[in-house]
Design a protein around this ligand. Structure first.
Ligand code: HEM
Length: 360
């Protein structure tokens, strides 16, 4: 009997994650003042949990389960996705958060198995990332507010990406000194996220300083600096990564100037979304054309049209961050709307690429 789950089972799990994405974006736009229908019974305050645990938790766990090839690991995306659904269906917050925590715990267990199979710095970083999600969700259940756990949840996404980029750097291996610097940056980032639980100013500043160092490390070490001179998909991926690293640095600088991750301050929205949209979503755009075929077994035909949603995404962050820092609510609102448009356009472009590959 096969230990892995058939590909057909992966699609409903992905759809569960996409439900959280749609609801999370809706909640975010409502929070920016756009008059839209409510995302089911979820509230605007569920935006962060829906985006990070419901959407990213589900898709990252799904990708990890495929990498591990063990059936039990698919319980992680199932729990995270059901957690998002529970928020939309109007369950009290506890069952939703408990399901998301179960997803985070299962992802940590799956990543532990991967680490044991391949003990290396990059698998260790993926393990730390999953544990950061689990710690953030456990603290949320224990009564800490969402802003207190946002650094841990953000660390989950940033470290997952950093770990995966480190793995890909085997084509241009970093020196021993560079690897040591990477390990120190990861340790500082984690220390900052943990310290933020008690003190959002001091912990948030350490967290932001580590993010800045990570941006510099990635810009210097990543193979994207070379592959940007290639053609086609390889160049597109680099064109997603390099501005993404720049947004990581800009987001970190904004948070540092703002004195940490302080909800309600002008830099909170700007710094956080420079990281979460400018860096994280840009990475998603860059890796989707490689990950989707691997996870779903679909073929996608790459075309230069993929630059359209990418440009829109970066324009949206520019408006959002500029609007935040200039105190221009209209620009900030337009930025949020354009991010939603960029996401929609990217999904439609992916679907068209799938159809084109089938026709060919
Ligand atoms: C269309 C895209 C988005 C819109 C319109 C949006 C909107 C917002 C708004 C208005 C806030 C409150 C900011 C404040 O209090 O100053 C917020 C906070 C937050 N957003 Fe977004 N956002 C978007 C994308 C994202 C993405 C892609 C992620 C995650 C990857 C994300 C995660 C968060 C988190 C974790 C918070 C903090 C939660 C909290 O303080 O309750 N957002 N977002």
């Amino acid at each position: 009997m096969a230990r892995d789950l058939g590909r057909g089972w992966r699609v409903p799990l992905l759809v569960l994650g996409m439900l959280s994405l749609a609801a999370g974006v809706d909640a975010g736009l409502l929070r920016l003042g756009w008059l839209l229908p409510a995302p089911g019974a979820a509230t605007v305050l569920d935006h962060g949990p829906l985006m990070i645990c419901g959407f990213f938790g589900t898709v990252i766990s799904l990708e990890r389960a495929v990498a591990l090839g063990a059936r039990w690991a698919y319980l992680a995306p199932l729990c995270a996705g059901l957690g998002g659904l529970a928020l939309l269906a109007g369950f009290s917050p506890l069952p939703a958060s408990a399901l998301m925590l179960a997803g985070a715990g299962l992802l940590s267990a799956a990543t532990w198995q991967l680490y044991r199979r391949q003990p290396a710095l990059h698998t260790l970083v993926l393990l730390v990332a999953a544990a950061a999600w689990a710690a953030g969700s456990a603290l949320e259940i224990a009564g800490w507010g969402v802003p207190a756990v946002v650094p841990l949840w953000t660390a989950f996404l940033v470290l997952t990406i950093a770990g995966e980029r480190l793995e890909l750097s085997r084509f241009l291996p970093p020196s021993a000194v560079a690897r040591r610097a990477f390990a120190i940056i990861v340790a500082l980032l984690l220390a900052g996220a943990v310290a933020s639980v008690a003190d959002l100013a001091a912990g948030g500043s350490l967290f932001a300083a580590a993010l800045l160092a990570l941006a510099a490390w990635l810009l210097r070490q990543d193979i994207a600096r070379r592959t940007i001179r290639e053609r086609g998909l390889t160049r597109f991926v680099a064109a997603c990564l390099l501005p993404g690293y720049a947004w990581l640095g800009i987001g970190a600088l904004v948070l540092l100037a703002d004195g940490g991750l302080l909800p309600g301050s002008p830099g909170y929205d700007a710094g956080l979304h420079a990281l979460l949209i400018g860096f994280v979503l840009s990475m998603v755009f860059g890796h989707a054309l490689i990950i989707f075929p691997a996870v779903l077994g679909l073929r996608l035909a790459y075309g230069a049209i993929f630059y359209a949603p990418l440009l829109l995404l970066h324009l949206s962050v520019l408006l959002r961050v500029g609007g935040d820092l200039a105190g221009a609510g209209t620009l900030r609102g337009m930025g949020g709307l354009l991010t939603a448009a960029a996401l929609l356009l990217f999904i439609l472009t992916l679907l068209a690429a799938g159809l084109r590959a089938r026709r060919n």
